[in-house]
Design a binder for this molecule. Structure first.
Ligand code: SAM
Ligand code: DTB
Ligand code: SF4
Length: 336
């Protein structure tokens, strides 16, 4: 009889030292523990979103006083991407406050993907729900990753979003996978969910036909005017447990210590890296919220002996890559 698959419930509540030891051991089997993948985010269309995600500053239904912008021009996006590359980011993620892309916007979006890819960066987009045709066209334009989060457990989902279902999210993820695009899917913790919800979210992600290549774990950033603005902060150790459990359940995926780093101490971030997080967003802005600036991340990386991961073609020989020095163009961190 084959052994029962491991579930989040077998891991999440272990004594913390046991959980961390297991997570770090699994991490070292598949990754260099001192290397962190660095992505840069750009909001290519901000605000005025028709969806009702309770955490989001960009929903037109929430009371945040963010205006609605138009889709950015392709050349402006490419200028920003060049800056991000010069500062050491290897993946460029473009996000739009849409329910799903409209046909009239597709030519510009495809040109952005193509242009960013031509710069030698990995490309990522997050545009809401996709149909199969849109996914295939994005793939053909050179899209490497598509981000679409399940956000929380199936049980808690309806407390947070009512305008599209958990099943809708899974269907978009399946279309992205079928188009041959790498999947980036994770969620948010600290929205008032229970530990069981966090576990169920991780079981859903790990139980997809193929685990996502990239798993962003966001700490809720309470945004003024949203229904979740006054949510009490989650105990940081619960956040670390979520990261460690994700690492063990999805051993070969990149686990991203995503939104919320600006509110985290160096010590908490260090614990998250030890628990198996190996990807971050760099630069002082996420989509609408803040993120640690370039200098702060450079100091953190230097203090912890971390290095920004380079793309395979630009990476040095393996013996150099294993050294704890910074081997990249960005002099210490990969902050943008
Ligand atoms: N509109 C697209 C969508 O929802 O698919 C793309 C952008 S949306 C902002 C991407 C993800 O960012 C959300 O699914 C959510 O997980 C995360 N996010 C948004 N606002 C956040 C907040 N205030 N705190 C933490 N994570 C957040
Ligand atoms: C993800 O999981 N986190 C990013 C990215 N995917 C698109 C977005 C975080 C947004 C944080 C809130 C804001 O900037 O408005
Ligand atoms: Fe719109 Fe995305 Fe924000 Fe939801 S998370 S309101 S879909 S921008």
């Amino acid at each position: 009889m084959s052994p029962r698959p491991v579930h989040a419930a077998d891991l999440y509540s272990l004594p913390l030292m046991d959980l961390l030891f297991r997570a770090q051991s699994v991490h070292r089997q598949h990754f260099d523990p001192n290397s962190v993948q660095c992505s840069k985010l750009l909001s290519i269309k901000t605000g005025g979103c028709p969806e009702d995600c309770a955490y989001c500053s960009q929903s037109a239904r929430n009371g945040s006083d963010l205006g609605a912008s138009k889709l950015m021009e392709v050349e402006r996006v490419l200028a920003e991407a060049r800056r991000a590359k010069a500062a050491g980011a290897t993946r460029y993620c473009m996000g739009a406050a849409w329910r799903s892309p409209k046909e009239r916007d597709m030519p510009a979006v495809l040109a952005m993907v193509q242009g960013v890819k031509d710069l030698g960066l990995e490309t990522c987009m997050t545009l809401g729900m996709l149909d199969s045709d849109q996914a295939l066209r994005l793939k053909a334009a050179g899209l490497d990753y598509y981000n679409h989060n399940i956000d929380t457990s199936e049980r808690y989902y309806a407390e947070v979003i009512t305008t599209r279902s958990f099943q809708d999210r899974l269907e978009t993820l399946a279309r992205v996978r079928a188009a041959g695009i790498h999947v980036c899917a994770g969620g948010i913790v600290g929205m008032g969910e229970t530990a069981a919800d966090r576990m169920a979210m991780l079981d859903t992600l790990a139980g997809l036909p193929d685990a996502p290549e990239s798993v962003p774990i966001n700490m809720l950033m309470p945004m003024a005017g949203t229904p979740l603005a006054d949510t009490p902060p989650l105990d940081p150790i619960e956040f670390v447990r979520t990261i460690a459990t994700a690492r063990i359940l999805m051993p070969t995926s990149y686990v991203r210590l995503s939104a919320g780093r600006s509110e985290m101490s160096d010590e908490l971030q260090a614990l998250c890296f030890f628990a198996g997080a190996n990807s971050i967003f760099v630069g002082d802005k996420l989509l609408t919220a803040g993120n640690p600036d370039e200098d702060k991340d450079a100091r953190l990386f230097a203090k912890l002996g971390l290095r920004a991961e380079m793309l395979a073609e630009a990476a040095p020989a393996p013996d150099h890559a294993a050294e704890p020095e910074h081997g990249c163009a960005c002099a210490g961190g990969c902050a943008v």
